[in-house]
Design a protein around this ligand. Structure first.
Ligand SMILES: [Zn+2]
Length: 278
């Protein structure tokens, strides 16, 4: 037992050695916060309380950055993700403050919303039967891609973001076939806000590729699709918040973060909606 304590004390000292002022950020390893939490618990700590507090705060902030930095989810989702895995006093308050102060979130997210009245729209009861698609661009060129096709299933909110080089009906149709239809099947309805002509060309192109016809698209009413609109906004904000000139590389991480964040309206993550429930 003493031997174990001694071992932990040595590791804790090593951690502190790594974190002398100025050196802290250089030496920061991803595993350090976890190490600190393990090694500091019930140890007869020989250091000054203030010093220890500072180190713990630093470690807590590292954890926050790891979790929030994935896709920059909202304040509520960040708090939920953090409290699922970590416990310390005032964790909620602290995480809320950090999330509020996140510079990238402030730069890239829409924080004021005009509230539109609730429209009538039938709630689909089947996954992947109604799919909304949208286009983001022009973005800085990354691996030859300058636009991003986003697809969101209205029922589960499962989303895909597919980098494409240009926005012609053929390219968009092919991308939608490869990355969506081949995985989830042909949707009964496809909703776009890209204008009638593009829509018609796109449907022709999809029909030519897969031999099946998408039944029809409902006319586009932004107020009817608020949930999906909001998700599109979140997705766009998250891609921009990653601030990566090679955005195609950070795209999978952004999607992972969004699918794994708890949705406040249903208390499940999007991934759970698709993979765990029937
Ligand atoms: Zn953020």
């Amino acid at each position: 037992m003493n031997c174990e304590k001694e071992r932990r004390r040595k590791t804790a000292e090593k951690c502190i050695g790594l974190m002398t002022p100025g050196e802290a950020s250089k030496n920061a390893k991803l595993t350090l916060p976890k190490l600190l939490f393990y090694h500091f618990q019930d140890l007869d700590y020989p250091y000054h309380f203030a010093q220890m507090h500072q180190i713990l705060l630093w470690a807590q902030f590292q954890i926050f950055q790891l979790i929030h930095g994935l896709a920059h989810p909202g304040i509520k989702s960040t708090v939920k993700l953090m409290t699922e895995k970590y416990v310390w006093s005032d964790i909620k308050k602290q995480v809320r403050e950090w999330a509020k102060a996140c510079i990238r979130c402030q730069k890239c997210k829409v924080s004021r919303h005009t509230k539109s009245k609730l429209g009538e729209f039938e709630q689909p009861d089947e996954r992947f039967s109604v799919v909304h698609i949208d286009l983001i661009g022009k973005l800085p060129p990354s691996e030859g891609m300058q636009y991003c096709l986003t697809c969101i299933d209205r029922f589960s909110c499962w989303m895909e973001a597919i980098p494409i080089p240009e926005i012609t009906a053929e390219i968009v149709g092919r991308a939608f076939y490869d990355k969506w239809i081949c995985r989830f099947g042909v949707p009964a309805k496809l909703v776009t806000n890209q204008g009638r002509q593009f829509e018609a060309e796109l449907f022709r192109s999809i029909a030519a590729i897969c031999g099946a016809k998408v039944a029809h698209a409902t006319s586009y009413h932004p107020q009817c699709n608020e949930k999906v609109e909001r998700l599109h906004r979140t997705l766009k904000g998250a891609i921009k918040a990653h601030n990566n000139i090679r955005w195609t590389e950070s795209l999978p991480t952004v999607l992972l973060g969004l699918r794994a964040a708890i949705r406040p309206d249903i208390s499940y993550t999007i991934a759970q909606m698709v993979w765990y429930f029937h």
